[in-house]
Each structure stands twice: as C-alpha cells, then as structure tokens.
Design a protein around this ligand. Sequence first.
Ligand SMILES: Nc1ncnc2c1ncn2[C@@H]1O[C@H](COP(=O)(O)OP(=O)(O)OP(=O)(O)O)[C@@H](O)[C@H]1O
Ligand SMILES: [Mg+2]
Length: 492
Amino acid sequence: MELLELHNITKKYPGVIALNDVSISFREGEVHALVGENGAGKSTFIKTISGAVQPNEGKIVFDGVTYDHLTPQKSLELGISVVYQEMIQFEAMSVADNLFMSNGSDAGFFVNDAERNKKTAELLEKFQCHVSPKTWVRELSMANRQIVEICKAILRKARVLILDEPTASITVEEQRRLFDVIRELKKQGVTIIYISHRLDELFEICDRVSILRDGRYIDTLDISDTDKQGLIKLMVGRELSENYPVKDNPPEKEVVLKVDNLSGNGVRNISFELHKGEILGFAGLVGAGRTELMHLLYGAAGIEAGTVTMNGKTLSIRTPSDAMKAGIGLIPEDRKWQGCFLEKPIYWNISIANIKSLCNGPFISSSKEAALADHYGQRMRIKAPDYRVNAGTLSGGNQQKVVIAKSLASLPEILIFDEPTRGIDIGARYEIYQLMIDLTKEGKSILMVSSDMEELLGMSERIVVLHEGEQTGTIERPEFSQERVLALASGL
Ligand SMILES: Nc1ncnc2c1ncn2[C@@H]1O[C@H](COP(=O)(O)OP(=O)(O)OP(=O)(O)O)[C@@H](O)[C@H]1O
Ligand SMILES: [Mg+2]
C-alpha cells in the first residue's frame, strides 16, 4: 500500500530549481533509498515531506488525504520523523532531556527523571550505544548524536522515518547496529526513506531506490533489478570509473612531522612520523580518539605531554592559529559547526583563512579575494549559481566542498583531512582523491582520518590504528587488509 505520495513537486530558489516536477511514492514498511549527486535535490525533497520547505507546485498525499503542502507541525502529527543531514540538537542538554523534550506532552503522562533516564538507557541499549542518559549532547560523537535522533523518532512512534545520510559519519560496526534497527522498524511497518552516498549499503538494506539528477526525477527501481554501476549511470548520466587514482609519487625520505608520545584530549602516548608527500591514514572505531588526536595537532585541544616536531623544529601549539601559522591545516569532521559560516557568501568563506595575502594595506582587495575563491572553488567544483550567495543556500555536500576549498586556500604544508569524503557524492569523491594526490605532488603531506574502510585502504600509504585512545599498530601497505585494520581497531 502506498502510504505517502508526492506528486509533481517543484521548488524554486533564486537562480536554482531545486526540484523540478518530481513525483515519488512510498509504501508502508519499505526501505526506500533516494540517491543523486550533491545538489540533486534530495534534502529539499525530504524537507517538503517534513514541512520545512513549502513547494511552489505539487501535492502530497498521506494515508489517502491530500495536502498542497505540509508544515513541520502537521508532518509530526502524521508521524513523520526526520534525522537531518544537518542535525539540529540542543547541545547544552542531556541525552535524556533531548529525547523527551519533544515527547513529554504526547507521552500523556508525566515522566520523572529516574524513569526518563531508565527509558533512555533502554533505548540506547538497543543500539548498543553505551552512553549515559545524563551525558550532554555536545559531548557525543556524530554517530551517537544520530542514534539519539533515531531514538527520538522511535519514541514518537514514527510511521515514516527519514534518514538523510545516516552513515556518513559512522563506522562499520555502528552501521551494522543501525541496519539492525532499521530492519526492526521495517518489521513494525515503518516506512524508511534513506539518503546515502554510500551506494554499496543500499543493496544491503533497501527495497527500492529512486534517483534524482539536477532536481529532476529519473526513475524508481527495485534494488534487486539494478547494481551499483547501473545506479551511478542514472545518477551521473554517464559511466564513471570507480578506481582509486594511482599515486605514483612515493613519499620522500624527509620527515615533515614527528609526533612523540603525545597525550591529551583522551589520547595517550601517540608517536608517528609523517613523510613529505605522504598520505598517512588513521583508522579506529568511533571513540578511538582519531579526531581527538587531530585536534591536539591543530591546537583545538590541549596537549598534556609529548612533543610535535615539524621540519626539525619543536612546535608549541596552543591554539588553531598557532597550528595554521606553523602550516598545519584542518578539514574538520563536523563541517557544519566548525568549518562553514552559513550566513556568509561562499567567496568569504573560502578566503577567510588567507585574508592576509589579500590585503592592500589595511584594505582587503576584493578582486584578489574573488580570484582566490574562484580558483579553489573551481578546483573543488562547488555547484552554486554564484560565489556571492551565502554558503547556507548550498546543498550539504557543496558546503563541505567550501570547507575543503577554504583549507586549501590557506596554503598549509600539512593537511589534516578528517573524513574527507563524508557526504560527498561519488563523482566528486574521486576528484577529492585525485586532489589529495595532486597536493602531495606539490610537496604537501596529508593526515587522513577515515571510517570508510575502502577509502583508508585505497588512499593511505601507511595506516596508524587507534583503539580507545591508544595506538595499537601501524600497518604498511603490503600488509593492508580490512581484517588487519579491524583487528587492531578492536584492540585484538
Ligand atoms: N535555502 C536555499 N536557498 C537557495 N538554494 C537552495 C536552498 N536549499 C537548497 N538550495 C539549492 O537547491 C539545490 C538542491 O539542494 P539539496 O540540498 O536538496 O541537494 P542534495 O541532493 O541534498 O545534495 P547533497 O548530497 O549535497 O546533500 C542545490 O543547488 C542547492 O544549492
Ligand atoms: Mg542533502
């Protein structure tokens, strides 16, 4: 039975038609994937379902009732829950409060703290998510925040659960748990709309898939009637090779960064060397301390012990600006909050980290600023009508490209990529890989944190593995295997 139908939806923004006459229907109890390149219109589409966006044209039919648009209130009433790509959470709030905040009234009874904490713990346990209900949301990893959002939907007894790139920031292990929960919800008849750039996983979890390209509806297929190449072709409109670009420039002997017994921010005694022109991967499960380690190197967290030496000089990094001055750039994992100023134009975002080079005396040269933004924006192929529009109007993937462009424009010698292709579509993904290799050819060196096993094995030249804040091993390329990485990451 069709539970939810969208008919002829069109949504226009200045200079962009985000959705152009799109019709898709969703059945009760199916897992229905929505795929397309960055900017194809996926998030806009689901926002018309959640009521966050009002379409210019079209209608929505839910359970036989027709609406010309939905409001967030109405959508919630109908039992539609969304876990957004850009998660809106109240950070200074405990997990339990966050979960019950929007459920207190419709739970129909007053829930006291103890009960609330108990219920929260039970729910989290379903996901084997071992955080205390009293933890503040802002202390949670991206993956755990997502789990909290899904728990919220479960509490609301959602009939439709929409997940906008749920696995973009989680590891293999957590993905497995998430899929178990999705299967469970499906059994209960919940309709799941699933957006992802990781195409392989669709074949594991989805029943049907709909494809969008440039705001247009392309097709809906049974997942069993297609394969990855077939999907890519429909998404991109052409064949695309999926091979990792070859890095034919081996790292040089010269050590650019030497880290000795570094501790702080939850990691202990980390030591490694980064060679000039090398891509050094960092593996580990969520909570292993990879991002925490990168924050130490970037001055975003305090070093308690150990030394960081760059080009033979010991660095004293206390703030990100110390790191940037030393020539270390970070492309953060949590790009939404750490990387992009949504209320500022694209060109402003790209050039902000390199503002000094743009000054003529006390004034910023706007032509230099535009040229710099153009150069790096084009290198990242940011899809925008104009670089003067606010970054907030871009699709999620394109916002990420802005953040990468910004880090590149600050001309660092060492670049830290934390989850470089999270949320980036399949076409741009290989462009980013090529870009990383090109950067090493220009003499830059890269530290890459990734939860994507294929990417780690495909791009790294060596892999440092962390487990619960400690280094459990370093793997050389000839010994690369998923099993080896997972064993070390699990502390075995
Ligand atoms: N508030 C807005 N103002 C102006 N343009 C917008 C706005 N929201 C979305 N757009 C534009 O609509 C198009 C579709 O964006 P959307 O976010 O739906 O893409 P997406 O398929 O979710 O991409 P991604 O994979 O990058 O998340 C993009 O070109 C985007 O720039
Ligand atoms: Mg999106």
